[in-house]
Each structure stands twice: as C-alpha cells, then as structure tokens.
Design a protein around this ligand. Structure first.
Ligand code: LIP
Length: 266
C-alpha cells in the first residue's frame, strides 16, 4: 500500500492535464495528421495523441518516478509504488481529427493493478481545452468544475432522462449498439452522442446529462471521469463484458441508474 495523498495527486493531474491540453490545442490549430489506425479503420491515432502522451509521461517520470503508467498510445509500466497513472492523451480523437471541439485530456491516479475492476481511483482530472473546463476530483474530497463543487440531482424530470452514449469503432458492433439505444428510449427524453467518453461522464457529474451508457470503452476513457461522477454523488459501474470482451459502462444520477443498467444490457 502507499500513503500517497489524493489531493497531491489531483493537483499533479490538474497541472499536467492543462499543460497537455494546451499542447493538443496548439497542434489542432496547426493542422492534424493521422499517424495510424488501430483496432479498426475508424480507430485512428494522430501524431498529437502520441506527442501529448509523451509529454504527460515525461512529466510524471520527473514528478513521480516510482509510479506506474497505463496510456492509450504507449507501453504499460507497472511501476513500484502501487500507484498507476491512467492516461488518455486525447479522448475524442475522431472529434479532434475532424476539428470538432469536443475532446479532452484525461489523467487518473489509481491504487492497485491496472485492471479497472480491482483498482481504487484516488484522483482524476479531465480537461476540455476548447472550453477551458477542468473537471477534477480527489477521493473523498468531492468533484469540481474549476472551483465550483458538483452535485448530481437525485432523480430525473418527468420528461425523462437525457442520456449520452457512444458507438464502437468496429462496424460489427453498431447493430448491437443501436439496439441498446432502442431499449433505453422508454426512459429517455432524448439521446446525445458527443464523441468523448470522459466528457460524457463529466457531463453526468455536472448535471448536463442524466446518464451515460456505452459498451467497449478502454480503462483510460473512464478512469478519471468515473471518480468525478461518484464524487459528485452519481453512480458508476463496469458491467460484465459481452462475447466480444467489451465491458458496459453505466453512469447516472441515482434515480435512474438501476433502470438504465437493466435496459442497457446485454
Ligand atoms: C473514444 C471514446 C468514445 C467512444 C469511441 C472511443 P478515443 O475514445 O471517447 O466515447 O465512442 O469509440 O472509445 O478513442 O477517442 O480515446
């Protein structure tokens, strides 16, 4: 076990997310090039993704050399401190590549292994450069948007839940994803597809949507924002993987969480 102070880790995450977000924004303004595709043709990585992750990783080596690292664009390092930094350098990569301003830098510090089912999130920061919005949380110290404390509502309005979701990069998953949207519509007033999971989750914490569901996220997509949701009084769960190994992420205000979880499965 380690005696790392969650508030100290939160401050590191905030500072690095802001510096990395400014770099991402500069690169976006200069023009973005696709460096490669990954799991599917639609699953792209830009040169900026790699550069931003390298910046965050080098800063963490200076600040917290014994900690582990799990990032979307580089090799994992287990570290030796019991703390692992889980990083999505540019969440919403497709938005970023198209010039849609909904992308974020997501940085979390977790205690334990790099398996989301076993780790304890200690701190998280999600920075949205285009809006200059910094969502952040330290375990036990609440969720914040800048210096504004975040609290979710207990339930949704009589009009129904405003729900956010996303779809996988693999076209073979789209029919199942669309079927899931159809199944949740009876409790929804409308659906939003914003294109960045960390922003979707922070939107739950900020009361901008009532819930979010998506199958197929990676640990770095939700590591920071899941803590921000729960520290704001929301509920978050990783539900069992389907036969393709994709876990189902559910986050919502307490009054709709159970209904959404039931309808969004399998
Ligand atoms: C993306 C998520 C999005 C999801 C995409 C992808 P990336 O993360 O933020 O919600 O629908 O499939 O996982 O690839 O931009 O870091």
């Amino acid at each position: 076990m380690t005696d790392a102070d969650p508030r100290e880790l939160e401050n590191i995450g905030i500072d690095l997310a802001r510096e990395a977000g400014q770099l991402a924004r500069e690169r976006r303004s200069a023009g973005v090039s696709i460096a490669a595709t990954k799991s599917a043709l639609a699953d792209i990585v830009t040169d900026a993704d790699r550069e931003v992750e390298a910046l965050i990783r080098s800063r963490l080596r200076e600040l917290r050399p014994a900690d582990g690292f799990l990032g979307e664009e580089s090799d994992a390092d287990p570290g030796r401190s019991g703390i692992t930094w889980v990083v999505d350098p540019i969440d919403g990569t497709v938005n970023y590549a198209y010039g849609i301003p909904f992308y974020a830098v997501s940085i979390a510090a977790v205690q334990g292994t790099s398996d989301p089912q076993t780790w304890t999130a200690l701190a998280g920061a999600v920075y949205v450069p285009s809006l200059d919005e910094m969502f952040h949380a330290a375990r036990g110290s609440g969720a914040w948007l800048g210096d504004r404390r975040l609290y979710v509502e207990a339930d949704v309005s009589a009009a129904g839940a405003l729900l956010a979701t996303g779809f996988g990069y693999d076209p073979a998953t789209h029919a199942g994803d669309l079927g899931r949207v159809a199944r949740v519509m009876p409790i929804a007033r409308d659906i939003r597809r914003m294109g960045a999971a960390s922003i979707d989750l922070c939107s739950v914490a900020a009361g901008r949507v009532d819930g979010y569901f998506e199958r197929g996220l990676k640990p770095w997509d939700h590591a920071a924002a899941a803590l921000i949701v729960t520290e704001a009084g929301g509920r978050f769960a990783l539900l069992p993987a389907d036969d393709t190994g994709r876990v189902l992420v559910i986050a919502a205000v307490p009054g709709v969480f159970d209904r959404l979880s039931t309808l969004a499965q399998p």
